[in-house]
Design a protein around this ligand. Sequence first.
Ligand code: FRU
Length: 517
Amino acid sequence: MTSTNTGENSRQSEHEEALKRAEKAVQAGAGRAAQDPFRLRYHLMAPSGWMNDPNGLIHFKGEYHAFYQHFPFGDYQGPMYWGHAVSRDLVRWEHRPVALAPTEPYEFGSPEGGCGCWSGSAVEHEGEMVLFYTAHVDGSTPEEVQAMATSKDGIRFIKHPVPVIQGSPDGECFGFRDPKVWEHEGRWYMVIGSGNNGRGRALLYESANLVEWSYQGVAAESDGTQGDMWECPDLFPLGDKYVLIVSPMNMDGVKNLYMIGEMDFAEGRFTPESSGIIDDGPDFYAAQTMRDSNGRRILIAWMDMWGSKLINTGRAWYGALTLARELQIAEDGTLASRPVKELDTLRGEQVANFESGLRLQPDEDRSWELPTAFEWQADIELSETEAQELRIVISGAGEDLSGAESAGTSRSVSDQRTIIRWLAAQSSIELNRNEAGIGDSGIYTTALPATVNARLQLRLFVDNSSVELFINDGDRVLTSRIYPLASGRRLQIQAVGGTLVFKGMRLWKVDGLVVGQ
Ligand code: FRU
C-alpha cells in the first residue's frame, strides 16, 4: 500500500514537473504570438503553441471551462497536452495553467509519432471535476485507452493511476477515442468514437461510479456514406429529442455531422431520424457541447481543419476555437447553432445604424473602413427585394503587412477579399475565399432553409483571420479562416440586378478585447 502510494506520488510530481515545463514554454512564446498579424481579438487561442479540439467543456461552479488539445512547445502538432481557459460569459476567456501533460507510458511515445493526452470531456461529480481523455501512443498495443483525472478546484488535476478502459472491445476497429461522458437518470454514460469495416461508429459504455465501465454496444453507426471513423462523438438531449454530433473521417467533403433522433438507454441504441451538417464552412471540426446551469446546450468547435495549409510556420501559435453557439432545433427540424446572447456585449463603437431600413440600389456603393474585428447585422425584406444577389465583400485595407511575409501574395491589400453572396435564384449563400489572402482557397455554399421566405437575417462576425456567418440566427452557419495581410478591413455591400430592401442594418467595431493575453 505504502509503496503504491509512493509510486503514485512520484508519478504525480512527475506530472507536475511536466506541466511546469509546458507552462514555461507557453509563456515564453506568448509575446511573439501576440505580435502576429493573424492573431484573433475575440476568439479563444492558446497564449502560444499549437491548439486543436476543444475538450472538457463544462460549466463548473459558475465558470465555463474550455480545455483544448495543445502542444505547448511549438506551433505544430506534437505530443498532446490539455490547455485550459475559463470564462464567466463564454466571451471573455482567461488562461489557466496547462492542465494535463502526457507522462504515463500509455500517453507518451516517440515525439515523431502521434501521442499524448488526446481529446475528451468533463463532468462534475460530488463537487469535483472529472476529466476523461484518450491516452494515445502510435504503434503501441493497444494504441488508445481511456484515462481519467480528477480535480477539486478545476485547475490542478490528479490522474487516476490506471486507464479506466484498457482497450477497445473490437479488435478490428479503426480508432477508439474521444470519450464524451454524461449522466442520465443516476447512471453515467460514455460514447467513444470508432470505426469498423468502413463505417464510423459511436460505442456506448455505462458506469455507476465513473471508474468501472461496462460496454453496452454500438450506439450508432454510419449508414455507409457517413465516414469510416467518427471522431469526437457527442450524444445529448435537446428538447424532446437526442442529438448525436460527430466529426467523420473520410466522408467526401463533409467534416461535421449531426443526427437528430431517439435514444433508447435500455437497448443502448440511438436511432437517427434526420441528419445534416452543423456548419457548412471549411473550418469547423471536433465540435463539443456542454449544458450550462441555465439549461442551454452550448457548442464550441475547433476553427481550423486538419490538412489546411499551415500558414503558421514561425508564428509561435496555431489554432483557435469558434465563438460559442447555443444549439436549438430550428423551425424546419434542422439543428440551429445560434450565437450566444453574451456575444452582444462585444459590440464597441457603432459604425452604421439603419434602424428604419435602407433601400440599396444596384449602382450604389456602400462601404466602411474598419478595424480587423467587427460585427455586421442585416435584416433583409425578401418580399420587397428585386435584387438577384447581395454581395458582401470583406477586403484588406489600411497598411499592407505582406512585406514581412516570405510567403507573401502578389495581390494588393484591397484585392485580398472574401466574397459572400446571397443568390436569390438558388436560394443559397456562398462564401468565396479564393482571393482571401495567403491561406487556402475554396467556395462553400449553404442552401437556405425553406423557412426563409419573407425575411433573411445575416449576422457576420469578422475577427481578423476568421469569418463566422450566421444565417437566420444560426439556422445555417458558415465558418472560415481567411488570411489577408492588411492592418484593417473594408466592408462593402452591393445589390445586383435590382433594389435590395433592408429592414435594418447595423455595424459595430469590436475593439479593445484581446482575449487571452
Ligand atoms: C480530432 C482528433 C481527435 C483526437 C485529437 C488529437 O481533431 O483527431 O480524434 O483525439 O484530435 O489531437
